[in-house]
Design a protein around this ligand. Structure first.
Ligand code: ADP
Length: 382
């Protein structure tokens, strides 16, 4: 992970408590040859909010964030920070005048500079005294837990420590916008978790607006005030993590944010705010974003959290149990995740506090709140 400090001339004397940019991207398009990396993206980010753009590899996340950073230019579309036009396709404010800092995935710190020199480098264009630079650098290194490593060189540090240097370098200039390009991707799981919490805390404390991109749904939900889901260069849905998880707008968003599996069936009407769906011998209830007329062929997309396993002898409701066989069981610390097979398909990540042995017979219950009904057609595969 490396940082590029892009300090705006507008804010040479950064105030003590910086206010974040309000960001508005409108109609952003970018082509690379025959590839449409961005196909017309509109994105508004409120000042001071932490927004995560989530999407699979190739969905356009990097292209979008690099455009906002000023590292790349969109073919068309505009970017405003508050009322200030930053880019409109013809003119573009240079990156260093955008008052932002970006943290990348790799560790490209200056190898010939010490930790404190790397961080101080971000303040090189500021009109502040050497002693102020020193104070700020040490304060920031203390905040990322590296005050004991100020004179070390990057090659003397672990990957996680190098990333903390990169984070300090982004924070030290108190930019109005912090951009993160998959900063945790190269880390082990344990370190990834710890650094995620630090990024979340320090970015929010800084008062900056934050835009963070990742392909990892769990990371996005853990970090974000707001999530934007990108697919094929288009923003498919915007919302809080809870909204996206509970009410995915499209099958793609539902799949990309985690499913146990899916069944096919057809709609047979509504019941108490839910959609009734006939699946083979069974009638299941699910949620819909728009009314689905009776007779419509549908897919039921099922969240792992909506599934539970029960003894066959204590089925729910009586006579309507969905029988299944346990195919696999995996210990997950908090309990066990199962793969089960029933007449309509396979469900994975079915959680229970106790393990069900492989080959055992059970019945599955599916909570309508985590069972989303979409007309068949768009499979949601990328
Ligand atoms: P993501 O960050 O979501 O993985 P990118 O923005 O990197 O997606 O890429 C979007 C699409 O644009 C991909 O198909 C990618 O191959 C293509 N692309 C990105 N940068 C370039 C480039 N410099 N030259 C050619 N194609 C590119």
């Amino acid at each position: 992970m490396s940082t590029v400090q892009l300090t705006g001339v507008d804010r040479r004397e950064a105030p003590e408590v910086p206010s974040g940019h309000q960001v508005a991207v409108r109609g952003a398009r970018k082509r690379y040859g025959s590839v449409e990396a961005l196909a017309g993206v509109d994105l508004e980010i409120e000042a001071g909010r932490f927004t995560v753009l989530l999407g699979p590899s190739g969905s356009g996340k990097s292209t979008l964030i690099r455009g906002i950073a000023g590292i790349e230019r969109f073919d068309s579309g505009s970017i405003h920070f508050g009322a200030v036009p930053v880019s409109d396709g013809r003119r573009s404010l240079p990156a260093e005048r955008r008052d932002l800092a970006m943290v990348f995935q790799d560790y490209a710190l200056w190898p010939h500079l010490t930790v404190q020199q790397n961080v101080a480098y971000a303040l090189r264009r500021r009109r502040i005294t050497a002693s102020e630079v020193r104070t700020r650098v040490f304060e920031t290194l203390e905040r990322v837990g590296l005050d004991a490593k100020t004179d070390s060189y990057p090659n003397e540090l672990s990957g996680g420590q190098q990333q903390r240097v990169a984070l300090a370098r982004a924070l030290v200039g108190r930019p109005a916008l912090l951009l993160f390009d998959e900063p945790l991707s190269n880390l082990d799981a344990d370190l990834r978790e710890r650094l995620r919490v630090e990024i979340s805390t320090l970015a929010r404390e800084s008062g900056a607006t934050t835009l963070y991109i990742t392909h990892d749904q769990a990371e996005a939900f853990a970090l974000a005030d707001e999530v934007g889901v990108l697919r094929n260069g288009r923003l498919e849905q915007r919302g809080s993590p809870e909204e996206i998880f509970r009410h995915p707008a499209t099958p793609f968003v539902a799949r990309f944010t985690g499913l146990a599996g899916s069944f096919t069936g057809h709609s047979v009407g509504a019941l108490g705010g839910h959609s009734r769906v006939r699946v083979g011998e069974h009638e299941l209830l699910g949620t819909t974003t728009a009314a689905v007329p009776a007779g419509t062929a549908v897919d039921l997309l099922i969240r792992p959290t909506a599934t539970s396993l029960h003894e066959r002898s204590r089925t729910w409701p009586d006579g309507d149990a969905m029988f299944a066989t346990v195919i696999d069981v995996a210990y997950r610390g908090r309990g066990y995740e199962h793969v089960v097979e029933c007449a309509y398909g396979r469900l994975v990540a079915v959680f229970d506090l106790r393990p069900w042995t492989r080959g055992s017979q059970c019945s599955i219950r599916i909570d309508p709140e985590g069972c989303m009904v979409f007309p068949s057609g768009d499979s949601g595969q990328n």
